[in-house]
Design a protein around this ligand. Sequence first.
Ligand code: TZP
Ligand code: MG
Length: 210
Amino acid sequence: MNRNILNLYFIMGSQNCGNADPLHVLESALKGGISCFQFREKGEGARQGEDYIKYARSCQNLCKKYGVPFIVNDDVRLAEELQADGVHVGQDDELAQHVRVRMPGKILGVSVHTSEEVVSAIQAGADYIGVGPIYETKSKADAKPAAGLSFLTKIVTEYPELPIVGIGGITIENAKRVIEAGADGVSIISAISQAEDVQGTVKQLLNIVK
Ligand code: TZP
Ligand code: MG
Protein backbone atom coordinates (compact mmCIF):
# COMPACT_ATOMS: atom_id res chain seq x y z
CA MET A 1 0.00 0.00 0.00
CA ASN A 2 1.21 3.50 -0.80
CA ARG A 3 1.28 5.11 2.64
CA ASN A 4 0.56 8.54 1.14
CA ILE A 5 -3.08 7.58 0.81
CA LEU A 6 -3.28 8.08 4.58
CA ASN A 7 -2.27 11.78 4.38
CA LEU A 8 -5.79 13.18 4.62
CA TYR A 9 -8.21 10.37 5.27
CA PHE A 10 -11.84 11.48 5.38
CA ILE A 11 -14.38 9.30 7.19
CA MET A 12 -18.08 9.96 6.84
CA GLY A 13 -21.61 8.67 6.98
CA SER A 14 -24.76 10.59 6.27
CA GLN A 15 -25.27 10.85 10.07
CA ASN A 16 -22.18 13.09 10.25
CA CYS A 17 -23.43 15.77 7.87
CA GLY A 18 -26.22 17.53 9.74
CA ASN A 19 -28.61 19.07 7.23
CA ALA A 20 -26.09 18.99 4.39
CA ASP A 21 -26.39 16.51 1.51
CA PRO A 22 -23.72 13.87 2.30
CA LEU A 23 -22.90 13.27 -1.37
CA HIS A 24 -22.34 16.98 -1.78
CA VAL A 25 -20.10 17.00 1.30
CA LEU A 26 -18.13 14.05 -0.08
CA GLU A 27 -17.72 15.60 -3.52
CA SER A 28 -16.53 18.88 -1.97
CA ALA A 29 -13.99 16.97 0.11
CA LEU A 30 -12.82 15.08 -3.00
CA LYS A 31 -12.47 18.35 -4.91
CA GLY A 32 -10.43 19.72 -2.00
CA GLY A 33 -8.01 16.80 -2.32
CA ILE A 34 -8.67 14.14 0.35
CA SER A 35 -6.36 11.16 -0.17
CA CYS A 36 -8.71 8.42 1.03
CA PHE A 37 -12.37 7.97 1.97
CA GLN A 38 -13.96 5.62 4.49
CA PHE A 39 -17.67 4.85 4.24
CA ARG A 40 -18.86 4.70 7.85
CA GLU A 41 -22.63 4.62 7.87
CA LYS A 42 -23.61 3.69 11.42
CA GLY A 43 -25.47 4.93 14.49
CA GLU A 44 -28.53 7.12 14.75
CA GLY A 45 -29.82 8.33 11.40
CA ALA A 46 -27.76 5.82 9.41
CA ARG A 47 -29.30 4.46 6.21
CA GLN A 48 -30.50 0.88 6.09
CA GLY A 49 -31.20 -1.89 3.59
CA GLU A 50 -31.38 -1.02 -0.10
CA ASP A 51 -30.94 2.68 0.64
CA TYR A 52 -27.67 1.90 2.46
CA ILE A 53 -26.27 -0.10 -0.45
CA LYS A 54 -27.39 2.43 -3.05
CA TYR A 55 -25.87 5.28 -1.09
CA ALA A 56 -22.61 3.34 -0.59
CA ARG A 57 -22.44 2.80 -4.37
CA SER A 58 -22.94 6.52 -4.98
CA CYS A 59 -20.08 7.33 -2.59
CA GLN A 60 -17.90 4.72 -4.31
CA ASN A 61 -18.66 6.16 -7.75
CA LEU A 62 -17.67 9.63 -6.58
CA CYS A 63 -14.40 8.29 -5.17
CA LYS A 64 -13.72 6.52 -8.50
CA LYS A 65 -14.32 9.77 -10.37
CA TYR A 66 -11.61 11.49 -8.30
CA GLY A 67 -9.27 8.47 -8.15
CA VAL A 68 -9.48 8.21 -4.36
CA PRO A 69 -9.54 4.83 -2.53
CA PHE A 70 -12.95 3.82 -1.17
CA ILE A 71 -12.69 1.92 2.13
CA VAL A 72 -15.66 0.35 3.93
CA ASN A 73 -15.88 0.52 7.72
CA ASP A 74 -16.86 -2.73 9.55
CA ASP A 75 -19.09 -4.22 6.86
CA VAL A 76 -17.00 -6.82 5.06
CA ARG A 77 -20.00 -8.13 3.12
CA LEU A 78 -20.67 -4.69 1.67
CA ALA A 79 -16.99 -4.31 0.80
CA GLU A 80 -17.07 -7.65 -1.04
CA GLU A 81 -20.28 -6.84 -2.85
CA LEU A 82 -19.02 -3.46 -4.04
CA GLN A 83 -15.48 -4.66 -4.67
CA ALA A 84 -14.31 -1.78 -2.46
CA ASP A 85 -10.63 -0.86 -2.34
CA GLY A 86 -10.46 -1.97 1.26
CA VAL A 87 -11.99 -2.51 4.67
CA HIS A 88 -11.35 -0.98 8.08
CA VAL A 89 -12.14 -2.98 11.21
CA GLY A 90 -11.95 -2.28 14.93
CA GLN A 91 -11.31 -4.66 17.79
CA ASP A 92 -15.03 -5.50 18.13
CA ASP A 93 -15.54 -6.29 14.45
CA GLU A 94 -14.72 -9.36 12.36
CA LEU A 95 -11.20 -10.58 13.15
CA ALA A 96 -8.61 -8.90 10.96
CA GLN A 97 -7.02 -12.23 9.97
CA HIS A 98 -10.38 -13.44 8.67
CA VAL A 99 -10.95 -10.21 6.73
CA ARG A 100 -7.44 -10.60 5.25
CA VAL A 101 -8.45 -14.00 3.85
CA ARG A 102 -11.81 -12.76 2.59
CA MET A 103 -10.33 -9.73 0.83
CA PRO A 104 -6.94 -10.67 -0.62
CA GLY A 105 -5.13 -7.83 -2.33
CA LYS A 106 -7.39 -5.19 -0.79
CA ILE A 107 -6.39 -2.55 1.75
CA LEU A 108 -6.90 -3.69 5.34
CA GLY A 109 -6.93 -1.14 8.16
CA VAL A 110 -7.25 -1.96 11.86
CA SER A 111 -7.98 0.34 14.83
CA VAL A 112 -5.63 -0.26 17.77
CA HIS A 113 -5.31 1.07 21.31
CA THR A 114 -2.60 -1.13 22.86
CA SER A 115 0.80 -2.55 21.88
CA GLU A 116 -0.71 -6.05 21.88
CA GLU A 117 -3.34 -4.95 19.37
CA VAL A 118 -0.60 -3.50 17.15
CA VAL A 119 1.26 -6.84 17.15
CA SER A 120 -1.97 -8.73 16.33
CA ALA A 121 -2.81 -6.29 13.52
CA ILE A 122 0.64 -6.77 11.97
CA GLN A 123 0.38 -10.56 12.29
CA ALA A 124 -3.06 -10.44 10.66
CA GLY A 125 -1.55 -8.66 7.65
CA ALA A 126 -2.95 -5.17 8.21
CA ASP A 127 -1.77 -2.61 5.65
CA TYR A 128 -2.14 0.26 8.09
CA ILE A 129 -3.31 0.93 11.62
CA GLY A 130 -5.52 3.68 13.00
CA VAL A 131 -4.39 5.05 16.37
CA GLY A 132 -6.74 7.01 18.59
CA PRO A 133 -8.72 8.71 19.82
CA ILE A 134 -5.83 11.17 20.06
CA TYR A 135 -8.11 14.00 21.17
CA GLU A 136 -11.66 14.02 22.46
CA THR A 137 -14.27 13.14 19.89
CA LYS A 138 -18.03 13.50 19.68
CA SER A 139 -18.29 11.38 16.55
CA LYS A 140 -17.97 7.93 18.12
CA ALA A 141 -20.41 6.97 20.86
CA ASP A 142 -18.25 4.20 22.36
CA ALA A 143 -14.87 5.90 21.88
CA LYS A 144 -12.16 5.18 24.41
CA PRO A 145 -10.75 8.14 26.41
CA ALA A 146 -8.47 10.48 24.48
CA ALA A 147 -4.91 9.13 24.62
CA GLY A 148 -2.99 12.20 23.45
CA LEU A 149 0.13 11.72 21.34
CA SER A 150 2.16 9.47 23.66
CA PHE A 151 0.89 6.08 22.40
CA LEU A 152 1.14 7.23 18.78
CA THR A 153 4.75 8.37 19.35
CA LYS A 154 5.65 5.04 20.95
CA ILE A 155 4.20 2.96 18.10
CA VAL A 156 5.74 5.17 15.40
CA THR A 157 9.15 4.70 17.06
CA GLU A 158 8.77 0.93 17.48
CA TYR A 159 7.32 0.27 14.00
CA PRO A 160 8.75 2.83 11.57
CA GLU A 161 7.74 0.70 8.57
CA LEU A 162 4.10 0.46 9.59
CA PRO A 163 1.74 2.97 7.94
CA ILE A 164 -0.12 4.79 10.73
CA VAL A 165 -2.99 7.25 10.73
CA GLY A 166 -4.07 9.25 13.78
CA ILE A 167 -7.77 9.68 14.58
CA GLY A 168 -10.05 11.44 17.02
CA GLY A 169 -10.74 15.14 17.51
CA ILE A 170 -8.28 16.20 14.82
CA THR A 171 -8.77 19.71 13.45
CA ILE A 172 -6.93 22.43 11.55
CA GLU A 173 -5.59 23.59 14.93
CA ASN A 174 -3.97 20.32 16.05
CA ALA A 175 -3.32 18.29 12.86
CA LYS A 176 0.30 19.49 12.65
CA ARG A 177 1.09 17.96 16.05
CA VAL A 178 -0.16 14.55 14.91
CA ILE A 179 2.04 14.66 11.81
CA GLU A 180 5.04 15.88 13.81
CA ALA A 181 4.53 12.94 16.16
CA GLY A 182 5.21 10.73 13.12
CA ALA A 183 1.81 9.71 11.77
CA ASP A 184 1.55 9.30 7.99
CA GLY A 185 -1.71 11.17 8.10
CA VAL A 186 -4.84 12.22 9.90
CA SER A 187 -8.28 10.62 9.85
CA ILE A 188 -11.08 13.11 10.29
CA ILE A 189 -14.86 13.08 10.50
CA SER A 190 -16.44 16.23 11.98
CA ALA A 191 -13.80 18.86 11.24
CA ILE A 192 -14.49 18.16 7.55
CA SER A 193 -18.11 16.90 7.43
CA GLN A 194 -19.37 19.79 9.53
CA ALA A 195 -17.18 22.52 8.09
CA GLU A 196 -18.98 25.48 6.56
CA ASP A 197 -16.56 25.40 3.67
CA VAL A 198 -15.69 21.72 3.20
CA GLN A 199 -13.44 22.17 0.17
CA GLY A 200 -11.56 25.10 1.73
CA THR A 201 -11.09 23.22 5.01
CA VAL A 202 -9.69 20.19 3.17
CA LYS A 203 -7.25 22.43 1.29
CA GLN A 204 -6.06 24.00 4.54
CA LEU A 205 -5.64 20.57 6.12
CA LEU A 206 -3.71 19.35 3.09
CA ASN A 207 -1.25 22.23 3.44
CA ILE A 208 -0.74 21.24 7.05
CA VAL A 209 -0.23 17.51 6.53
CA LYS A 210 1.94 17.66 3.41
N1 TZP B 1 -12.50 6.15 15.95
C1 TZP B 1 -11.81 6.69 16.94
S1 TZP B 1 -12.21 8.31 17.16
C2 TZP B 1 -13.34 8.28 15.89
C3 TZP B 1 -13.37 7.01 15.34
C4 TZP B 1 -14.21 6.57 14.24
C5 TZP B 1 -14.16 9.45 15.49
C6 TZP B 1 -13.37 10.55 14.88
O1 TZP B 1 -14.23 11.61 14.54
P1 TZP B 1 -13.81 13.15 14.69
O2 TZP B 1 -15.09 13.92 14.45
O3 TZP B 1 -12.78 13.44 13.65
O4 TZP B 1 -13.31 13.33 16.10
MG1 MG C 1 -15.66 -0.82 13.69
